[in-house]
Design a protein around this ligand. Structure first.
Ligand code: ADP
Ligand code: MG
Length: 344
C-alpha cells in the first residue's frame, strides 16, 4: 500500500467542546442472553490514534457498531465530542467515518465509481474529494479498474477511503491491519498519523498487541466486554515494565527483603512461578544492573535476569487459547472468508 499523504495543513478552527472524542460510561450490550459489553467505560482523547485492543469476542466490533448507531446499547451512555449521543441525530453520522467488518462494494463498478455511489447516499461528495481519498489510500493508479479485479488488501484500502469520504472528525477502523502486508501496515500508520495531524481522531481495533503498539498513541485493553487498562501507550509500557530475577528458592525470602526498598510493588511470585524462584521487580529494565548489584552485596546470586512487560503478560493471558470468548480460530477479518468478489 502506497499512500499519497499531503503536507499537514492547519488544524480545524471549530473549538472543541471536550477533550474527549468518545466517552463511554457503563455501556451494556446484550445479544439475547449473551452479554457482549458489561459496563464498558472508555475515554478516547481527541486527535490521537486510540488502539482498542482485545481478544476475539471481547466486544470491539460491538462498541464500534454502537458508535455509528447500528445498534443501541441496553444501558449506559456515550458522548461524542462532549455531546450526549442522540440516537435520532442523523447528522452526527457524517462526523463519524467507519470501516466495520467487511465493506460491501459493487463488483462490476470501478473503485472510483463505488465511491461515487456511496458518496451519493450521504452528504454531497465532490469528484475532487473522491480522488483525494483514493490518493490517501494509494489507489489512484487502480481507481478506474473494476472492483472484482482488486485484491483483498485493495478492497480494505477502498473501505478506508470510503470511511474518509465525508471527512469525518472520528474514524473507526475495525481490525484494519488484517490482510495488509507489512508495507501496507506502514503506509496505514502514515495515513493515520496524517489524519491525527489534521486534528482527527482514529479508533482502531485489533486483537494483536504488536500491531496496536505500532499504530496507537493511546490504548485501551478490553476483555469480555470490560475495560482492563487504558492510557498512553508510552506510560502503560513504562508502568508495565518488569524485571524478573531468578533466585534460588531458599534465597527467595531474603531477596524479597533486600529488594523491598527498591520496589514498593515487589511481587513474588508472579504468575505462579514461585517454584522456579522468579522474583518480579517493577523497575525500568535499565536498572537491572542496580538490582543485581544489590543482591550480590547481600550474597544473593541471581541465576537469571530478564526484562518483560506486564502489558504483554496481561494481553497474552487474555489471548491465550481458551482465554478468549471465541478462541484463536476466529482470528481474521470476515472478508478473508468471504466468497470471491463478484458474488457479493
Ligand atoms: N449479532 C450477534 N448476535 C449474538 N451474539 C453476538 C452478535 N455479535 C456479536 N456477538 C457476541 O458478542 C460478543 C462480542 O462480539 P464482538 O463485538 O464481535 O467482539 P470482537 O469484535 O471483539 O471480536 C461475542 O461473544 C460475540 O459472539
Ligand atoms: Mg470484531
Amino acid at each position: 500500500m502506497t499512500v499519497t499523504v499531503p503536507a499537514p495543513t492547519s488544524t480545524p478552527a471549530s473549538p472543541p467542546t471536550s477533550d474527549l472524542a468518545v466517552a463511554a460510561h457503563g455501556v451494556v450490550m446484550r445479544y439475547g442472553s449473551r452479554v457482549a459489553l458489561q459496563g464498558l467505560d472508555l475515554a478516547v482523547p481527541r486527535g490521537v490514534v486510540y488502539g482498542f485492543l482485545g481478544p476475539n469476542g471481547a466486544g470491539k466490533t460491538t462498541l464500534m457498531r454502537i458508535l455509528v448507531g447500528l445498534i443501541r446499547p441496553n444501558a449506559g451512555s456515550v458522548e461524542l465530542f462532549g455531546r450526549a449521543y442522540s440516537w435520532r441525530d442523523r447528522r452526527r453520522l457524517f462526523s463519524v467515518g467507519s470501516l466495520i467488518e467487511q465493506p460491501s462494494f459493487y463488483p462490476y463498478l470501478s473503485g472510483r465509481d463505488n465511491l461515487r455511489v456511496i458518496g451519493a447516499t450521504g452528504g454531497p461528495t465532490s469528484a475532487r474529494r473522491i480522488d483525494e481519498v483514493l490518493g490517501f489510500v494509494g489507489l489512484t493508479d487502480r481507481k478506474s479498474d473494476k472492483l472484482k479485479t482488486y485484491s483483498l488488501g485493495m478492497k480494505q484500502r477502498l473501505g478506508i477511503a470510503m470511511a474518509l469520504l465525508s471527512d469525518p472528525e472520528l474514524l473507526l477502523l475495525d481490525e484494519p491491519a488484517n490482510g495488509l502486508d507489512p508495507a501496507g501496515t506502514v503506509a496505514m500508520r502514515e495515513l493515520l498519523r496524517f489524519l491525527t495531524s489534521q486534528g482527527k481522531t482514529v479508533l482502531v481495533s485489533s486483537h494483536i498487541l504488536p500491531e496496536v503498539q505500532q499504530l496507537a498513541d493511546v490504548i485501551g485493553i478490553i476483555d469480555r466486554g470490560r475495560l482492563i487498562r487504558e492510557g498512553s501507550l508510552k506510560r502503560l509500557l513504562e508502568e508495565a515494565a518488569l524485571l524478573r530475577v531468578r533466585i534460588a528458592p531458599n534465597d527467595a525470602e531474603h531477596a524479597l527483603t533486600v529488594l523491598a526498598p527498591f520496589s514498593p510493588q515487589l511481587e513474588a511470585p508472579a504468575y505462579g512461578e514461585r517454584e522456579d524462584g522468579w522474583i518480579v521487580v517493577r523497575v525500568p529494565p535499565d536498572r537491572a544492573g542496580e538490582v543485581n548489584r544489590l543482591l550480590a552485596q547481600n550474597d544473593i546470586f541471581a541465576s537469571g535476569l530478564e526484562s518483560t512487560s506486564d502489558l504483554e503478560s496481561v494481553f497474552l493471558s487474555l489471548t491465550a487459547p481458551g482465554a478468549g470468548a471465541s478462541g484463536p480460530t476466529a482470528a481474521g477479518p470476515a472478508w478473508v472468508q468471504a466468497p470471491p468478489s463478484g458474488s457479493r
